[in-house]
Design a protein around this ligand. Sequence first.
Ligand SMILES: Nc1nc2c(ncn2[C@@H]2O[C@H](COP(=O)(O)OP(=O)(O)OP(=O)(O)O)[C@@H](O)[C@H]2O)c(=O)[nH]1
Length: 300
Amino acid sequence: MTRALVVDQNVERAKNTEFYLQQEGYKAAITRPGKPCKANCDTQLPDIIVLTVDNWQDQTINTLIELKSATKTKSVPVLVIASCSDPQTLIYSLDLGAHECVLEPTEPQVLAARIRSVLAISERQKKLELANKELAQLASTDALTHVYNRRHFFTQSHAEFARAKRYNRGLSVIMLDIDDFKLVNDRYGHAAGDMALVSLAECCRSIVRESDIVGRLGGEEFAVCCPEADLEGAKIIAERIRGQCEQTLLNYQEQHFCITVSLGVTRLNTEDSSFESIMQRADKLLYSAKDQGRNCAIAC
Ligand SMILES: Nc1nc2c(ncn2[C@@H]2O[C@H](COP(=O)(O)OP(=O)(O)OP(=O)(O)O)[C@@H](O)[C@H]2O)c(=O)[nH]1
């Protein structure tokens, strides 16, 4: 049931509004402007607030300002009933973020229609915000492994690089690549290969810090950017990833197999002028690890 909070300093008037709203099927409650209104919203956030403003110069307008500036209530739609004929109250209320403003006297049916319209717009707004959030998530994530995709990995890492340079902080990078992954695909099938990629991504995420940036750069190549980590710390993380991979038995349709990874580990040096130069070093070290027989981490 939609919850409507009637905010009015005139108790009799509030009761009338509450009655209309209940007739329309809303779960209505009454409160006074100011602190009682805030306390009410803190306990149970309403779906809509119907606020009576007596005059744009009196304290009832402050309740609108407070509602629209508080994180918790700023997206709750507010319908203002302006009880005076001064158009300034209507203008001011809308400018301050009220979704709708009606002038008294208002027919109960008109009020109900306005509320329906405000709620419909607010519902569409919520859906749009959710869809935007999902889109942003999709645009930044690798569809198979759910770690960051290449573009987002670099975007995030560039920001961390700039911060580390600016404040003279540590930053390390681990680049890793599954060994002989072509053989995994050839022997067990592409779907088993996909499962191995997902498993590696999960392994990385479970080992690194929440603040570390894990990305799939493409194919079977991943990278971890570790802000605040020195080379020793990054080596420990790399060795943990390598060890856990080696020990994880993968099972795809009763076919059991393991994968191993080779890793290149490096840290931000004073001469690094871009994040790309760290990545190039990590890439070279990764290929040294491949040359040295795979399933190992080379750090420098
Ligand atoms: N299953 C699966 N395979 C992929 C995906 N992306 C790339 N590959 C495969 O990854 C393999 C990479 O092979 P190579 O570049 O030869 O490297 P490798 O066999 O891992 O050999 P080394 O890296 O030298 O140890 C190829 O067979 C690609 O088809 C993917 O999303 N899923």
